[in-house]
Design a binder for this molecule. Sequence first.
Ligand code: SF4
Ligand code: SF4
Length: 387
Amino acid sequence: MKLPFILTVPDKRPLEELHGITTLLVPLRGHTPAPGIKKRVAVAANTLLAVHPDMSLGEIHAPCHGVIKDITTRHIEITCSETPPEGSQPVAPVDLSGLDEQALCSALKELGVSVRPFTRPCKTFVINGLNPEPGMVYAEEVLSSHKEILEAALALVKRLSPATEYVLALPAGSHSSLDGVRNHFVKPEYPISLARPLIKSLTGKESSADITMVRLHDLFGLGLVASSGLPRTRTVLSVQGRNFLVPVGTPVQTLLDAALVSVKPGDTVVLGGAMRGQALSVLRRGIDKDSEALLHIPAKSKPPLEDNPCINCGACIYACPMRLRPNMLSRYAEFEQYEGCTKEYLNRCIECGLCGYVCPACRPMQQYFRNAKKALGIETLQRRLPL
Ligand code: SF4
Ligand code: SF4
């Protein structure tokens, strides 16, 4: 079955910066406010806002000068200002050179970077330079116009990773490159951008203990810190075919306005890509460091997902890149017969979304699978994990 999911765009689309943002909703992921951070406190840009004991989650910093308006379990709301609070000192860049591996990990966590993807045991470190999903269009621009940021990140990665070989996965025909990194070209059709299909294209196997893979998005985020010595307070994401480099916490509505998207009743806004993104129930939320895209789906442009019965057409079986039987998997998951899910290899599902895309019954396949994975304690992709 031929699916129209080309992962490249013919032109580069620059990273646009937004000015005049008045409010940020800086997301928390179980972080607790740092000492002294409370309502009505004025903060300077890059001030430490919130901390987390888990090394896989970086600390959170103020992306702008401003006053803290509210603190909830989900976010810290900042009313932005052009100037720093009176008497405050600018946050000094951290010198990351000369630190041993452990000190470097600690310094990066304090600067808001999740170091785990860069420290996994491996022989080959793969940088996934493809746009992850249809609807994301930042890879070409980041690779061609922001190479120095990627190179700064790579210099740090080489101090953190035990890898002896570095590979950059690219769409066939790309002229991008990184110093000391071997290019690996693939036909840029979704789902080759997902980890298991990409690893298979490299090794012939769908997983390999010798390989670790990071998204270009993560490498770029590390590069922002590596090249400045300042905390990770900005991120890149695609909105309706345009690319933005914005402060973490930029409200979804602000980004939609910038992209000239008008959301009408019944429309859907998706955080993430066209295949694996999540429909947002509220627009009053800020984007986090991992957000890669926002998509607007007008009402009635596609039929709604419903718990319709499977009509045994078999289309999902032909579409599944993991050679699973999504029809059977979805039945077991729908009726909470999780033993059946295990027998049908639910753990092999990469949540690519192709089965749901082709299903004429519009069954909510990914939702079934994510619920079943949660019940079985299988890590899901909801937190954008690449595998
Ligand atoms: S989401 Fe569907 S098509 Fe994709 S791997 Fe899982 S079962 Fe297969
Ligand atoms: S595509 Fe949908 S209707 Fe067809 S077999 Fe798969 S789950 Fe059933």
